[in-house]
Design a protein around this ligand. Structure first.
Ligand code: NAD
Length: 393
């Protein structure tokens, strides 16, 4: 059965979603502020209206797919010069709000629609542009049971999974919680890969272990932040999105709003929001896939090469470097460790592996040789000192 649908917001997501509705025979009238989006919509068989109000005038269902809550509430309510969707729609129209917005904004939008004699629900999506194009999105729906049943046939055209998450705002709540998991887990996976690199693990070895062990998660097995193990992940195409860093920053901002309004103590979620905000706003990650966060983590990781192998024979000892007697030299991660058991040779090594792999065990092994070995082993030497006196520096 063909339904008259108005589609407001024909961008990266809305464009292909509307096209899928046309493809199964629905009558779709669309509006967007950007002319290029309207041109593409026309090619896809959508009837383009002159305004949002004109697009919804004859609609049975109105779908909004807009950037933020501000845009949604603005479109619903209109202003002095532009009539809003609510006032322009026929009575009892079903409003499907599919953007990712604050839970509170979603509830406000629905309340405004209901107060004007309409029906409304929130139905944000996951699955990205690929899912929108393929019609395989997941819809998370916050709705009264009857409204959910009314919306389901339309949503099923655009999505493969339609989940009823509770009453008004429930869909946005599920979306925000899911993306908080995603943001935190992508940071955790990326940190683990960078740590693995520093410890000499190949990406493949870590992937083979973690993808079949307790570290398994979507961020690792589907959107792997290093090129190679998952050929379809954005890391293999220079971090082209995918799911852009700006959108992850936005969604985690929504999560923080929800954390603050509910009083939930979520240290990782809050930190992930700050990390992705910096990634998007300061580190050029706005238009990259959010898995590009690994490059920021790698860039921020200490490169503590105070010396090259040969010039390291007599460097100044940094004030932070305190050696201890060789006899007490049990290797510890990040600790102060003699690099030789010869009492005249002292050093500080950042990786406990270094001491086991390069400590000159035989009397007479030179410190420069030990350092060469360290360098070749690609472990980080924070400082070293040769003491000809044979006394502890
Ligand atoms: P987009 O910027 O590509 O599209 C939004 C469109 O809305 C733009 O074309 C813009 O011109 C239009 N618009 C803004 N105000 C308007 C108004 N008053 N009237 C008509 N049109 C208006 O964004 P997108 O990637 O399509 O994302 C849309 C929503 O979907 C966002 O809330 C986003 O968080 C969410 N989302 C995006 C993805 C993704 O991968 N892109 C995934 C899941 C959810």
């Amino acid at each position: 059965m063909s339904t008259r649908i108005a589609f407001i917001g024909l961008g990266h997501m809305g464009g292909p979603m509307a096209a899928n509705l046309v493809a199964v025979g629905h009558t779709v009238t669309g509006f967007d502020l950007v002319p290029a989006a309207l041109e593409q919509a026309t090619i896809n068989g959508i009837t383009v209206a002159e305004s949002a109000a004109a697009a919804v005038a004859d609609a049975e269902v109105i779908i909004t797919m807009l950037p933020s809550g501000r845009h949604v509430l603005g479109a619903y309510q209109g202003d002095e010069t532009t009539p809003g969707l609510i006032a322009s729609a026929a009575p009892n129209t079903l409003f499907l709000e599919c953007s990712t917005i604050d839970v509170d904004d979603a509830r406000t939008a629905r309340d405004l629609a209901v107060a004007a004699g309409h029906r409304g629900l929130d139905a944000p999506v996951s699955g990205g542009v690929g899912g929108a194009t393929a019609g395989t999105l997941t819809f998370m729906v916050g709705a009264e049971a009857a409204d959910f049943e009314s919306a389901k046939p339309v949503l099923e055209v655009m999505g493969a999974r339609i989940v009823h998450c509770g009453g008004s705002g429930g869909g946005q709540a599920a979306k925000i919680c899911n993306n908080m998991i995603l943001g935190v887990s992508m940071i955790a996976v990326s940190e683990a890969f960078v740590l693995g690199e520093k410890l000499g693990l190949t990406h493949e070895a870590l992937f083979d272990v973690a993808s079949a062990a307790s570290g398994q998660c979507w961020a690792l097995t589907t959107n792997c932040p290093v090129p190679g193990p998952v050929p379809t992940s954005p890391a293999n195409r220079d971090y082209q999105p995918g799911f852009a860093g700006a959108l992850m920053a936005k969604d985690l901002g929504l999560a923080v709003n929800a954390l603050e309004s509910t009083g939930v103590s979520a240290e990782l979620g809050t930190l992930a929001a700050a990390i992705y905000r910096r990634f998007a706003e300061e580190d050029g990650g706005s238009g990259q896939d959010f898995s590009g966060i690994i490059n920021t983590i790698r860039a921020n990781s200490a490169v503590t090469n105070y010396a090259t192998p040969h010039s390291c024979q007599y460097p100044a000892l940094p004030s932070s470097c305190v050696s201890r007697p060789a006899s007490a030299g049990t290797a510890t991660s990040g600790g102060k460790t003699p690099i030789s058991r010869q009492p005249s040779i002292w050093g500080t090594i950042s990786s406990h592996r270094l001491s086991t792999s390069v400590s000159p065990r035989r009397k007479g092994t030179s410190i420069s040789r030990a350092i060469d070995q360290a360098w070749n082993a690609r472990y980080t030497l924070t400082c070293c000192r040769y003491s000809a006196s044979g006394k502890s520096p």
